[in-house]
Design a binder for this molecule. Structure first.
Ligand code: ADP
Ligand code: ZN
Ligand code: ZN
Length: 744
């Protein structure tokens, strides 16, 4: 006899525990994981519905207590069962409770007040508006007003939140135009789209040969997973749109994942222009209620395309045709909350459950995906030409060791300074990118060498100098702890405390000194803390309110800046020192993307990488924009070291307030795993985590590697069974991370 594990109807709160029911013989063939069934429940054997999440051969209770499934629910809602089956898979795959997995997959309806959206209209006639536009375009400091009027003249109606967030127009600017009766604001619930096109413009792009081939092959191989490897500007987005169009014509829906940071107003507009009200765009700022709303609309068939970040993957479409993941290499596709799922793998699973085709796209594919493509698991499509005939940027490397040897103590090489002044003269723009991934400007003692650390976390504090007259502080980027910059070393009382490395603030200050005529903007952790800080800075730069933009990796993505013709990377090698196996891959991606920022308009661009390691393979590959050689080098390293994607890897993170307990438990777990003598399993550790204390919690980590993921899942399951039975470890936190993307 067979049994089914069943989650009872999701409106009940008891989601966490599946109930076991017997499967009547006549239903054995029909019932599978995901089936929606009716079962007797509770004392009165009330007839309620539930979802089968798993089929087993045994049940561990007495036969006389077994209840049997009544039958399969008629007109079953396939979509819920699909998502529940997906949640079950995620729980198994990544290690979480069913409840955590379900909450990730199915947003819970919270009763929220309906938010009436505000819409902005032109209040004057178009002629008057055009007059104002001209005035604002020429006057100083009215660029935001001009931007708003320009969009309004084109679109007639704009949603206020979009104007603020995506166009970077502040509330006070809106109010000013409202006071002058140029615009008016109404609340309305009729227009659902944040961008309302007055009329659909003609769509006149004809795909080139490479694009057409990609589309045709994808359509001809619906059961495969596809990887589009296309350089920036090669027209990947046009390929996605063609696929979406095809899906719509065939009554199918599409989910398109785009990293939030890349989902700019320009991109949004492009999709609305082509697909109008058939699409919905969500972002992570939506409230639970709004997200639920959008998901409802998808379920009811009101929309055909959902565009959004990672969580859009769970849109309850019933007839899914495609799941497309743009910039598939992005770290943001991996969830850092439990279950720590990766959107790419989860998309492939959802594709299997729903019959949808998964399409991945990137200019710098993850080593993981390219490996799959090389082995024929994914179908590879290449787009090798820039569709709009733009040039690829020229790139060069400057050896900073030589600069120092020749007496230059600046953080800028002479070559870079020369190019900057050239661009300023030509009234072109410059981006200076400080690669600080996995690194922060810490303070340490020059006498005893001890860095100043956070008292709650095992990390160095980061130095902040809040400009004019405000005092210097040290901040912990993990827990937010901050203190005044100490006068003497907390360890040895020496006066010689010094800062290391270069910070964005320093670069900004130095730029202003060297080029007093230039307007300099800075974008980093500090200047983007306020809501929409991000968009505002980028918009100001896009509208040429500044000549130089200084920033961390956050400036290399998203916006197109047609007047940027020079990109300088100040510490190209810093990300190489991050303590995990993805350091090289990240460096290559960052540098390639940074270079891609130069020359997006009609003028050719140039990128300069300043480095102390000009011979490093990743930097050389980025210099020559040679993905293939980067990949070959990287994959031999991974294979040698048994790292993903050649091996599967999982981290077990053990943490507790009691350091002894955490240490002892991690030793105990590692020993149990070793003792099970699984063929080919590599156990690394236990050891203190790299970040060994976080918020006063001690952390230990064990890494597991094997050539088969299923083996790692088995180890996890056994450990979980052991943990569930153990009294000693009842309150201990044990978390799993499969294919971890960050070191612990
Ligand atoms: P990617 O997504 O690969 O960066 P896009 O799809 O955004 O590239 O294309 C870059 C630019 O080239 C866009 O302005 C797009 O409209 C244009 N473009 C793409 N394909 C074509 C084509 N076949 N003909 C003309 N222009 C194209
Ligand atoms: Zn000291
Ligand atoms: Zn801290």
């Amino acid at each position: 006899m067979k049994y089914a594990k069943i989650i009872v109807d999701i409106s009940h709160e008891k989601l966490d525990r599946p109930f076991v029911y017997g499967i009547p013989e006549e239903l054995e063939e029909e019932i599978t994981a995901g089936s929606r069934v009716e079962v007797p429940f509770g004392k009165g054997n009330r007839r309620i519905s539930g979802y089968v999440i798993d089929i087993t051969e045994q049940a561990d209770f007495e036969p006389e207590r077994i209840k049997y499934i009544y039958g399969i629910r008629k007109g079953s809602l396939k979509i819920e069962s699909q998502l529940i089956a997906l949640a079950w898979w995620m729980k198994e795959q990544y290690g979480s409770t069913m409840n955590q997995a379900l909450k990730t997959v199915i947003p819970i309806k919270k009763s929220v007040k309906e938010v009436r959206k505000q819409y902005i209209y032109l209040h004057t006639d178009r002629e008057t508006a055009k007059h104002y536009l001209l005035e604002y375009q020429t006057k100083k400091n009215t660029a935001a007003r001009a931007r708003l009027l320009e969009e309004l003249l084109e679109q007639e109606i704009l949603e206020q939140s979009v104007v603020q967030e995506k166009l970077g127009v502040s509330r006070s600017v809106i109010r000013a135009l409202q006071d002058k009766q140029i615009i008016e604001i109404r609340s309305d619930v009729i227009f659902r789209n944040p961008v309302h096109m007055k009329e659909q413009p003609e769509y006149d792009i004809v795909l080139n040969q490479e694009q057409r081939t990609a589309v045709e092959e994808i359509l001809n191989h619906r059961d495969r997973t596809h990887l589009i490897f296309g350089i920036t500007g090669s027209g990947k987005t046009e390929v996605y749109m063609e696929l979406i169009q095809n899906a719509i014509e065939n009554g199918k829906e599409t989910i398109l994942l785009i990293p939030e940071i890349a989902l700019t107003y320009q991109t949004m507009k492009r999709f609305y222009q082509r697909f109008g009200n058939q699409i919905s765009i969500i972002n992570s700022k939506l409230s639970a209620g709004e997200r639920y709303d959008q998901f409802q609309r998808a379920k009811q068939g009101e929309i055909k395309v959902m565009i959004g970040p990672r969580s859009a993957l769970f849109t309850p479409f019933r007839n899914l045709g495609f799941i497309i993941i743009d910039e598939e290499h992005e770290g943001a596709y991996k969830s850092e909350q439990i279950p720590r799922y990766h959107a790419r793998e989860t998309a492939v699973r959802r594709g299997e459950l729903s019959g949808a085709t998964v399409v991945l796209g990137s200019a710098t594919p993850s080593v993981q995906s390219f490996y799959r493509a090389e082995r024929g698991e994914y179908m590879l499509h290449r787009l090798t030409r820039r569709a709009n005939h733009l040039f690829l940027p020229r790139t060069e490397v400057v050896d900073m060791r030589k600069e120092l040897a020749e007496g230059n103590r600046e953080v800028f090489s002479r070559r870079l300074l020369e190019l900057i002044s050239d661009r300023l003269e030509k009234k072109e723009q410059v981006m200076l990118f400080i690669n600080r991934r996995g690194y922060s400007g810490f303070v340490s003692c020059r006498s005893c060498g001890t860095p100043v650390k956070c008292p709650h976390c095992d990390v160095s504090l980061t130095h902040h100098k809040y400009g004019y007259g405000r005092r210097e502080t040290l901040v912990c980027h993990y827990c937010g702890y901050s203190m005044d910059m100490p006068r003497v070393c907390p360890e040895c009382a020496s006066k010689y405390l010094g800062r290391f490395g270069i910070g964005t603030e320093q670069v900004e200050t130095r730029m202003k000194e060297l080029f007093p005529q230039a307007a300099v903007l800075r974008m980093d952790f500090d200047t983007t803390r306020e809501k929409d800080g991000h968009e505002k800075i980028l918009e100001a730069f896009a509208t040429r309110n500044a000549d130089i933009l200084v920033g961390t990796q956050m400036i290399v993505k998203g916006h197109d800046f047609p007047y940027v013709t020079l990109v300088g990377v100040l510490a190209a090698d810093l990300s190489l020192f991050a303590a995990d196996f993805l350091a090289g891959e990240r460096t290559f991606q960052l540098l390639t993307q940074a270079a891609g920022r130069a020359g997006r308009g009609k003028r050719p661009g140039e990128a300069v990488f300043q480095t102390y390691n000009p011979e490093d393979a990743c930097i050389r590959a980025a210099l020559h924009q040679d993905y293939q050689s980067f990949y070959q080098n990287e994959i031999s390293y991974r294979s040698l070291m048994a790292y993903p994607p050649v091996y599967y890897m999982a981290a077990i993170l053990i943490s507790d307030k009691n350091e002894m307990l955490a240490e002892q438990a991690s030793g105990d777990f590692a020993e149990r795993i070793e003792k099970s003598r699984i063929d080919g399993l590599l156990v690394i550790g236990p050891s203190k985590a790299g970040l060994s204390k976080l918020n006063d919690i001690y952390r230990y980590v064990i890494y597991l590697k094997h050539q088969e993921n299923d083996v790692l899942i088995q180890v996890k399951n056994r450990l979980q069974v052991y943990l569930n039975r153990s009294e000693k470890y009842r309150n201990l936190s044990v978390q799993f991370d499969f294919n971890p993307m960050n070191g612990y």
